[in-house]
Structure formats: structure tokens, C-alpha cells
Design a binder for this molecule. Structure first.
Ligand code: ADP
Ligand code: MG
Length: 274
């Protein structure tokens, strides 16, 4: 574990605590302030979406949360421990599925690899891989190589790999931005189904307002860069969601319009007070 204990008391249900996170990329001259000041928490078992325009610093934020990037100031606390490197209880699904799977390994080997690194015994590994591939609907193609699969199927492999690892929190960075609309809808429903079935905590980043409202229990709305939290919107839609009914309801329209307005206002220079 590359985390250290912190002394701060926090809500027992808090899994992830992001405190005054700031990230400035150093470069020639003054550098780029990608993230200005982000504070939020995620409770155990929650499905939280983060939405913000392209360039808002969403990937920067997730890389800091995942311990892949040092923040300039502020801190990230996972399960009561400050994150200073990739924590054991975390898995991440990236946007670029093409680059996240090993082309020379089969689907099964790709999913199994992090479990080997985690030193999970062989029989247990086999079971976890089989269950994860079944859960994402890919049990039949375990011997295929990633390049033999469609983009949507490759992203399912990446999701299976993350799920098999049994993370406490699953980070997803615009995972469906590169697939077609129908596949994307199916994958969104897969994320909701896995979240419900496995009880895993999910932090899902997207630039797509509709996607954030459809998926989340809560949506954290980010401004354009330098980035701050504009508002946390509770999504009071029924827990049972489906692409047709949920998206065509009046409450869905209200929520998406609200998030849209927040982001538009921020682009025109309005920022939250305080
Ligand atoms: P998003 O994921 O929301 O599109 P990013 O986190 O990728 O946003 O980028 C936020 C800002 O930080 C952008 O202005 C981007 O150009 C800048 N940025 C991202 N990565 C780097 C880097 N490695 N070095 C310098 N600037 C970067
Ligand atoms: Mg990004």
C-alpha cells in the first residue's frame, strides 16, 4: 500500500475524500492551472458522476485521485489514508480501450493479469475471471484477442478486468466516449447493473450531461478550467432506470437543463460564491 494514515476524523460512510485539490502543470513560464480547487466526498456504495466540459481537468483529477499524478496542493484520502501512489483498493477504466488492453494476450489473460500481480491463488483467479466475463456478457470470447473484438466489446473486457480485481472504488474516465450510440447505451446500463449487483463504489467522469444524469445518484458539476465544483446535484430519479422511459421523463429534462445552465454560466464567467 502506498498510502499513509491521516488523523482527520471523517464520516464513517466516506470512502473517498478530495480536499482542496489543485494541480498546476509546470512548463515554460507560469505553467497551466488545470484544476484550481476541488473538494468533494464519495460515500461507500455510491455511484457519483463528474461532468464538465472538455479541458476542464477531469482526467487530471482522476489521475490525482488514482495516485498516478502528484497534486500541487490539497489531498486525496481513500478509506482514511492519504493517497500518494496507486492504492490497492482502486481500479480504473480509461477512455482509450485500444491502448489499455495487451494485444498479444487473450481476453482471459488480460482480465487475469492484475489478479496475478495481486497474488490471488490460481483457482480463485480462474473463478473471478470467469464470473467477471460472464457479468459483462463475454464468457464466449475468453480465448479471443482484443483486436478481434469490436470497440464496445474491448471496453467490456476492460470493465471485466476492473471488476475481477474487486476494487473498493472503480474510477471511469469517459469510458464510452469512443463507441457508437447504441453500444454506449448498452454499456451505461451495464455499469448500472454491475454497480447494483456488486455494490462497488463508482466515480464516473464524462463530458456528456445526459450520460451523467442518466447514470448518477449524484452529479458533481465542474466549471471550465481553472476548475472548481459549481454544484453537486442530487439525481432524484427512480432507481430503476431505462434508456427510453428515464430519458423521456420531465424530471430528467429538468435535471439536464439545470446542469447545462450551470456549465454555460461558468463559461460566461459566473463562478459559485465562496
Ligand atoms: P479533461 O479530461 O477534462 O478534458 P484534462 O485533465 O485532460 O481535461 O486537461 C485539463 C487541462 O490541463 C487542459 O488545459 C490541458 O491542456 C492541460 N493538461 C493536461 N495534461 C497536461 C500535461 N501533461 N501537461 C501540461 N498540461 C496538461
Ligand atoms: Mg479527459
Amino acid at each position: 500500500m502506498t498510502t499513509t494514515p491521516t488523523g482527520t476524523a471523517e464520516d464513517a460512510s466516506t470512502l473517498l475524500d478530495v480536499r482542496a485539490l489543485r494541480k498546476v502543470y509546470s512548463g515554460k513560464g507560469r505553467g497551466v492551472e488545470a484544476v484550481s480547487d476541488l473538494t468533494f466526498t464519495v460515500a461507500a456504495g455510491e455511484l457519483v458522476c463528474i461532468v464538465g466540459p472538455s479541458g476542464a481537468g477531469k482526467t487530471t483529477l482522476l489521475r490525482c485521485v488514482a495516485g498516478l499524478l502528484d497534486c500541487t496542493s490539497g489531498e486525496v484520502v481513500l478509506e482514511g489514508r492519504q493517497v500518494t501512489g496507486p492504492p490497492a483498493g482502486m481500479a480504473m477504466v480509461f477512455q482509450e480501450y485500444g491502448r489499455s488492453l495487451f494485444p498479444w494476450m487473450t481476453v482471459r489473460q488480460n482480465v487475469e493479469r492484475p489478479l496475478k500481480e495481486k497474488k490471488v491463488p490460481k483457482a480463485e483467479r480462474r473463478r473471478l475471471v470467469r464470473e467477471a466475463l460472464e457479468a459483462v456478457g463475454l464468457a464466449e470470447v475468453h480465448d479471443a484477442h482484443p483486436w478481434q473484438l469490436s470497440g464496445g466489446m474491448q471496453q467490456r473486457v476492460a470493465i471485466a478486468r476492473a471488476v475481477a480485481y474487486q476494487p473498493h472504488i472503480l474510477l471511469m474516465d469517459e469510458p464510452f466516449a469512443a463507441v457508437d450510440a447504441q453500444t454506449r447505451a448498452d454499456l451505461e446500463d451495464l455499469v448500472r447493473a454491475l454497480w447494483k449487483r456488486l455494490g462497488v463504489t463508482v466515480l464516473f467522469v464524462t463530458h456528456d450531461i445526459d450520460e451523467s444524469v442518466y447514470l448518477g445518484q449524484r452529479v458533481i458539476v465542474l466549471s471550465n478550467s481553472p476548475t472548481v465544483v459549481l454544484e453537486e446535484v442530487r439525481i432524484d430519479l427512480p432507481d430503476e432506470r431505462d434508456q427510453l422511459t428515464t430519458r423521456s421523463g420531465p424530471r430528467f429534462a429538468e435535471l439536464r437543463a439545470h446542469v447545462y445552465e450551470l456549465i454555460q454560466q461558468a463559461k460566461q464567467g459566473h463562478r459559485p460564491a465562496g
